[in-house]
Write a protein that binds this ligand. Structure first.
Ligand SMILES: NC(=O)c1ccc[n+]([C@@H]2O[C@H](COP(=O)([O-])OP(=O)(O)OC[C@H]3O[C@@H](n4cnc5c(N)ncnc54)[C@H](OP(=O)(O)O)[C@@H]3O)[C@@H](O)[C@H]2O)c1
Length: 279
């Protein structure tokens, strides 16, 4: 049975992050397009996250697009947090997310991200989603080249299968994988298992199920009542306990919710509670 062996994860032998990170997608406007109504509040959330000890922040060029990265660059010094950004999705005013893994596009995007994040090297650069119109290996090779060129320290993948992870590993050292995963959605259990095998960080996105934990909601509520905590805290504590390689990145635009989520790192589930949540 898994237990929280460590509160930290070592990305490469010299970069260690607290496993409970922060997802900065929610700092944008409605539909994750454009700026938020209150940019000062967004900066407060980022500043408070770092003050609380969060040192791992997830974002993407497509959040805004550009807005989330810009706010991070304006608010945090590059040495305050490991920033994981992504490329590979186009946006439009309808809010669509359109896969685009064309090498020239990715090479253009990394320059934009470096500028917005106000850094010389991106800590972790993730391929956001395989593009059906571009050969997967061609996209991955581009990320590998950016690493070789020193523009990117680590390469990660997102929304991939085990097969795609294996293929990518033929071309580049993969530091992290980011897939949809939470207590109510274990569809990518096989990808998590592969990450455990290779000691790759697994960033479960929608760690709170974006507010909907599906069929698990009832049991999560029972456990939450027993500890007098919120269901979000139980969902995060379960993810941290479920595997030593999980790096949950809960997203919020609220300082209060952020404080609540960070406190989940100290919540210890009993073996029985963990089992009931895992059934
Ligand atoms: N790779 C991908 O394809 C992909 C896709 C989606 C997301 N992501 C990443 O994963 C991160 C997390 O995903 P997410 O933000 O979409 O979903 P999430 O973390 O599962 O849930 C965020 C939602 O829950 C609310 N929330 C957060 N904490 C709360 C609390 N303590 N109490 C009540 N409500 C709370 C937030 O609203 P409030 O703002 O009101 O708190 C927001 O609506 C994103 O920020 C992004 O970095 C990646």
């Amino acid at each position: 049975m898994p237990t929280n062996e460590s509160d930290t994860f070592d990305l490469d032998g010299e970069t260690t992050v607290n496993r409970l990170g922060f997802g900065a997608m929610r700092l944008c406007g409605e539909g994750i397009v454009g700026p938020p109504d209150d940019e000062e509040n967004a900066r407060d959330v980022l500043r408070r996250a770092v003050d609380l000890g969060v040192d791992f922040v997830d974002t993407a060029d497509s959040y805004g697009p550009g807005v989330s990265e810009r706010l991070i660059g304006e608010t945090l010094d590059p040495d305050e947090a490991v920033v994981a950004t992504k490329a590979g999705l186009l946006r439009n005013r309808d809010g669509d997310w359109l896969p685009h893994g064309d090498p020239d596009y990715v090479r253009n995007q990394v320059l934009c991200s470096l500028d917005r994040l106000r850094t010389d090297t991106i800590d972790l650069y993730q391929f956001h989603r395989p593009d059906p119109d571009t050969d997967f290996e061609e996209s991955v090779t581009t990320f590998a080249e950016l690493k070789d060129d020193g523009l990117v320290r680590h390469v990660g993948l997102s929304n991939v299968s085990v097969d795609q992870l294996e293929t990518a590993r033929d071309h580049v050292e993969v530091a992290t994988v980011q897939n949809n995963f939470n207590v109510g959605n274990r569809e990518h259990d096989d990808v998590l298992a592969a990450c455990e095998e290779y000691d790759i960080g697994f960033m479960p996105y929608f760690p709170l199920g974006a507010g909907d934990l599906g069929e698990k909601s009832a049991v999560v509520d029972v456990v939450a009542d027993a500890h007098d905590v919120s269901r979000m805290q139980v969902a995060l504590a379960w993810l941290l306990r479920h595997s030593d390689v999980t790096l949950p990145i809960p997203g919020t635009s609220s300082v209060d919710h952020l404080e609540e989520n960070v406190a989940a790192a100290s919540l210890d589930l009993t073996d029985e509670e963990y089992d009931r949540l895992s059934e």
